[in-house]
Design a protein around this ligand. Sequence first.
Ligand SMILES: [Zn+2]
Length: 87
Amino acid sequence: MVSKGVPIACEMIMAKEYVAFDPKMTGGYPAARDLYYECGTCGELVPSLPADNAFCSCRNIIVDVEAGRISIKRHSDVRLVRQRSEA
Ligand SMILES: [Zn+2]
């Protein structure tokens, strides 16, 4: 029996899921490897646990790795996103 090769897309599909967060309730911003902050002004995603300092183009979101701090200027403009890679 001969099976015909079927091309399979090997691209990783990133599943995006918005997570509700309230820094006033939690006393800070959540940070995890699969969590990103999405800026509503410039549309960029900033990882919550970057290897180096990270910020979006309009500097609404700034992650200071050395200080272990995430600063967000306009909370209403920022959404927390969980990205999962699915095979
Ligand atoms: Zn921005």
